[in-house]
Design a protein around this ligand. Structure first.
Ligand code: MF3
Ligand code: CO
Ligand code: CO
Length: 256
């Protein structure tokens, strides 16, 4: 059963471009630049490497990627906001190549960041990786949510409920929803050939969300800090394949 092989090859090309965009940004994100500058660099890099930025004009979004700072949970809109020492920003890149999508995000720290924020970022990354490592045919969607929720809550953090991972292939967002909380052995069973994202949003305080008037920016209602990482991946005959791995080994900060 390898009827999904071609889909996986194409998704790996799109995923690699999205990951390479974040690798490039790693060397450019620093104190004093604006989030609009990150957007411009990302837009140009994806265009110059044979792809399109999926967020641009997606459902009225006007930028090419998302920049979510500090207490912004997700879908932050790039602006003239200047990055300052102590900020942490999630940059979420989605590239389209040959009609296939690759969607990935990482956290970036500006200068020295508070210990609690660094801990939140570490726990968020590890919660995603713990969920990825159990992936194989036969496990259920609830098992993914359980891995993330049990680990994050044990560390004293909370899992955002209002946004989730998603199926992805030749469309940006498709079924199934991948919840980042849940119970073991519940929900749809995974099958070879499935492609989706895992993108936990973890808050240092409560999980409640507030939407800003721009219609996109989601922030923590209690103004606590929030972190997120995202990979696009596929289920194989006996495990999984990550399509958005960094070729430079940039997984989480600090990127040395
Ligand atoms: N990349 C986001 C995700 O992980 C979606 C961003 S939609 C946008 O699903 F319009 F805000 F860009
Ligand atoms: Co996504
Ligand atoms: Co994304």
């Amino acid at each position: 059963m390898t009827d999904y092989k071609e889909k996986f090859e194409k998704m790996k090309i799109a995923g690699n471009l999205a990951a390479k965009t974040l690798d490039m940004l790693t060397e450019n994100i620093k104190e004093g630049i604006s989030t609009d500058h990150i957007d411009k660099l990302g837009y140009e890099f994806i265009r110059d490497n044979g792809g399109y930025s999926a967020p641009l004009y997606y459902r009225g979004f006007t930028k090419s990627l998302c920049t979510s700072l500090n207490h912004v949970i997700c879908h932050g809109i790039p602006s003239d906001r200047i990055l300052q020492e102590g900020d942490a920003v999630n940059v979420d890149v989605t590239a389209i190549v040959d009609d296939h999508y690759g969607d990935t995000s990482r956290m970036f720290c500006i200068g020295k960041t508070p210990v609690k924020l660094n801990n939140l970022i570490d726990v968020t990354y590890e919660s995603m990786m713990r969920a990825i490592k159990i992936l194989k045919p036969g496990i259920k969607l609830g098992d993914i949510g359980y891995e993330i929720q049990s680990f994050a809550e044990e560390k004293g953090f909370s899992v955002v409920r209002d946004f989730c991972g998603h199926g992805i292939s030749t469309t940006f967002h498709e079924p199934p929803n991948i919840l980042h909380y849940g119970k073991k052995n519940t929900g749809m069973e995974l099958r070879p050939g499935m492609t989706f994202t895992i993108e936990p949003m973890i808050n240092s305080g409560r999980y409640d969300v507030k939407m800003l008037n721009d219609g996109w920016t989601a922030v923590t209602k209690d103004k606590s800090l929030s972190a997120q990482f995202e990979h696009t991946l596929g289920i194989t005959e006996n495990g999984y394949e990550i399509f958005t791995e960094s070729a430079k080994g940039y997984s989480k900060p600090p990127y040395l």
